[in-house]
Every structure is written in C-alpha cells, then in structure tokens.
Ligand binder design. Structure first.
Ligand SMILES: Nc1ncnc2c1ncn2[C@@H]1O[C@H](COP(=O)(O)OP(=O)(O)OP(=O)(O)O)[C@@H](O)[C@H]1O
Ligand SMILES: O=P(O)(O)OC[C@H]1O[C@H](OP(=O)(O)OP(=O)(O)O)[C@H](O)[C@@H]1O
Ligand SMILES: [Mg+2]
Length: 283
C-alpha cells in the first residue's frame, strides 16, 4: 500500500504530522525525496507535488493520496474521497476588481477569466451557461486583472488578504476545499486502506478532546455525571485499596469544556482531577 503525500509547500508538514500521530512514522532514508518506508512494512510513502497526487493515485503509482479537494477536482480523475483531514481549508472563488462592473457571475459573459484551475472554472461557467474565455496561468493570478490579461479570476482564498491587497472582491464561491484522503476506486475495499483510514480518523477524532480522570465520593456520583458533558457515559471504577466511599471516574470531554467542567466537578466533591491529551480515539 503506497500513500502519495505532498513533498513541499503548506500541505507537507501537516500531512507528515498526521502520519506520525496516526502511528505511521515515516523512516528517514537517503532517497526520502521520492519514496520512504513507514514503520508498517505494508505501507510506504511517495512524495509528490500536491497538484500531481491525483494522477499518481489514478495511474497506480500510489493507492492512496493526501491532497486538496481542489486538486482532485482539477485533475478530473475519478477518485474516492475517503476522509476530510480538516486542514488546508480554503475556498476557490470567482473574484473581480472591487471598483469594476463585475458583481455577479453572469457579468463575466464575453469576458476573460484567469485561473490556475481551468477545468474547475470551465465546469463552473458551463453549469451556469456563462460563455467566457478561460486563460490558464501558473501563478500570481491576482495580478492578471490589473495588467489587462483578464477581467476576473478564479483563485484560492483563505483569510482574504491576497484578494484585498490586490483590490479584488469575491463575486461567487466556486468550491469549498480542504485536504482529503483519496483512494483509487478499486482499492477502497482493501483491508489495509481501511486500516489507514481508521488510523487517520482516530487522530482527527482525538483532536480537541481531553481525557479527564478524578476521584469522587460514591454518593455524589449522580451529581458528577450531571456536570460532565461527556461523549457517552463516564467509566466508573472502584478505587483499589482506596476509601470504599470513593470511585474513580474517567471521561472524554471537549477541550473547550474543560475549564468550566473542572470547577463544576470540584463543587460537587470531585478531587485528584487529572486532564490528559488523547492521541487517538477509535469510536
Ligand atoms: N491560503 C491557503 N489556505 C489554505 N489552503 C490553501 C491555501 N493555498 C493553497 N491551499 C491548499 O493547498 C494546496 C496546495 O497549494 P499549492 O499547490 O499552492 O502549494 P503551496 O503549499 O502553496 O506550495 P507551492 O505553491 O510553493 O507549490 C491547494 O491546492 C489548496 O488545497
Ligand atoms: O486569502 P489568503 O490567506 O491571502 O490566501 C490566499 C493565497 O494563498 C495561496 O497562495 P500561497 O500563499 O500558497 O502562495 P503561492 O502563490 O506561492 O502558492 C493562494 O494561491 C492565494 O494566493
Ligand atoms: Mg500556493
């Protein structure tokens, strides 16, 4: 089983981090530029440009691929979208000069749209019956409306800073994108693919969750349960060799609830409260 991952750019580090946290440590080797083994002898990694990953997966050079939905759509390849990995969130938008006369999608009819995503752009225009010329560029798309190369663009935006700096306004959203785990359709039922998917999803499920452990007086257990906004009920255990009137309570809670829950727990008599991170959570 081979996974194609971004070799550089903004998607590289978060992808390597995810592999590590999923227990698929990537071995450091001399030719790490191209291929690397992981601690699992059945799983190796192929490093490739984010834009090339859909082709590599479709052609069989890799079985799985980690890249943006925008790249998968632009490739036109038929890939199974297995899992949203939650990073690389951005929007592909139709944008035009702030002070210009393009304020709705139909206004680009008969005009020129510059983009690094010609397939997505043509599909978008065709779906709306808008007849516009699409010019493919390979970067600095935001500049093209200012040098008479284009009247509008379709490009990535996230904070909006780049559009703003270039005095461009969003006319319409073309695609909401994030990084996904993609598979070639013929391997989706392979048990190893399921293993990788579970490993990745367990990391994502654990993100933003904390594990709380505490001691509580047995007769306050119902009060403790009432203040815990846990996933499922808490696990309650007798304290070995401990005071008989106390139990140990373990529960998973959202990170954002921890602060409030701790003071609530103390007020209903819980003590020795421990908060720990969770590496992985298989639901
Ligand atoms: N500003 C952004 N915020 C969030 N995600 C982004 C942003 N820009 C790009 N992405 C996502 O990252 C993917 C890869 O972007 P891109 O191919 O531009 O690589 P890069 O990380 O910018 O490196 P380089 O452009 O140097 O190759 C895009 O297809 C998109 O899914
Ligand atoms: O809305 P913003 O937060 O400003 O982000 C949008 C910008 O981010 C990406 O560029 P990137 O930083 O990857 O530079 P690149 O053009 O070199 O790829 C994208 O191509 C936009 O230009
Ligand atoms: Mg970029």
């Amino acid at each position: 089983m081979r996974i194609a991952v971004p070799n550089k750019g903004r998607l590289h580090e978060p992808t390597m981090d995810l592999l590590e946290r999923a227990g698929l440590h990537v071995e450091e080797t001399a030719d790490r530029q191209l291929y690397a083994d992981t601690v699992d002898p059945d799983v190796s990694v192929l490093f490739a440009r984010a834009a090339d990953i859909p082709e590599y997966v479709a052609d069989g050079a890799a079985d799985l691929g980690v890249t943006g939905l925008d790249q998968a759509r632009e490739s036109g390849q038929d890939l199974a979208d297995l899992l949203d990995l939650g990073f690389g969130r951005c929007r592909l938008v139709l944008a035009a000069p702030e002070d210009g006369d393009i304020t709705e999608p139909g206004d680009v009819a008969g005009r020129t749209v510059a983009t690094e995503f010609p397939r997505i752009t043509r599909d978008y225009l065709a779906e709306r019956g808008i007849d516009a010329e699409v010019v493919e560029v390979t970067g600095a798309t935001e500049l093209t409306p200012h040098v008479e190369m284009a009247d509008a663009i379709v490009d990535i935006t996230s904070t909006g800073t780049t559009l703003q700096v270039n005095r461009l306004a969003v006319v319409d959203e073309v695609l909401a994108s994030s990084v996904r785990l993609f598979a070639r359709p013929d391997v989706v039922d392979d048990p190893k693919v399921g293993e990788v998917e579970t490993a990745f999803s367990s990391v994502i499920a654990a993100d933003g969750k904390r594990y709380l452990m505490m001691n509580a007086p047995s007769d306050r257990l119902e009060d403790v349960k009432d203040v815990i906004p846990g996933m499922g009920g808490p696990t309650v255990m007798d304290v070995a060799d401990g005071e008989e009137d106390h139990v140990a309570v373990h529960v998973v809670v959202d990170e954002r609830d921890v602060f409030g829950v701790i003071s609530d727990l103390k007020s209903v008599g819980a003590s020795d409260i421990l908060v720990t991170e969770i590496e992985r959570l298989v639901e």
